[in-house]
Each structure stands twice: as structure tokens, then as C-alpha cells.
Design a protein around this ligand. Structure first.
Ligand SMILES: [Zn+2]
Length: 90
């Protein structure tokens, strides 16, 4: 059994780039693992994910965006939003 874990190429002395592995590698992994840019990051870093987990990641990015825009502004006051005490209850 030859020792091959490092994929050493004896011809030009280069190490072959190992294929990327999904960041969330697990039994759910599907499809090819590639480096993806995520829309909710602004540092332009790419992360290796399989097609399935990248799909999940994009869903999460979408939710993060919705969540951020759903935070009420600090000046929001429910009593000033038309929810005043009823005047004709007595
Ligand atoms: Zn995966």
C-alpha cells in the first residue's frame, strides 16, 4: 500500500490542491463542493460548501436580512401608533 495521503507529485514537486470540503460536511451533503461568496458578508471571503449547504446558507442570509429589517427602531412607541385607550367605553 503506497503512502499517498499527501498526493505528492514526484515529477514537479508540487502538492496537488486537495478538493475543498464542505464547511458543514455531514450526511446531508449533496452536490459539488465549491467556494461561494455569501451575500450577507461584505468582506468578500469565500467558503467551501456543497450545493445543499450553500442553499441553506443562502436561506439563512435571506432570513438574516429580514430579521435585521424587522427590528423596530428605538423610537417606536406602541401607544403613539394608534393604540390609545378607548374613549367610549364608559
Ligand atoms: Zn455540505
Amino acid at each position: 500500500m503506497p503512502h499517498s495521503s499527501a498526493h505528492f507529485n514526484a515529477h514537479n514537486g508540487d502538492f496537488e490542491e486537495p478538493p475543498p470540503r464542505c464547511l458543514q460536511e455531514g450526511p446531508d451533503c449533496e452536490g459539488e463542493v465549491e467556494y461561494h461568496l455569501n451575500p450577507d458578508r461584505d468582506d468578500f471571503k469565500t467558503f467551501p460548501r456543497c450545493a445543499y449547504h450553500q442553499g441553506k446558507r443562502l436561506e439563512q442570509a435571506e432570513k438574516n436580512r429580514e430579521y435585521l429589517s424587522d427590528v423596530p427602531p428605538s423610537w417606536f412607541d406602541p401607544e403613539a401608533a394608534g393604540e390609545r385607550w378607548s374613549e367610549d367605553e364608559y
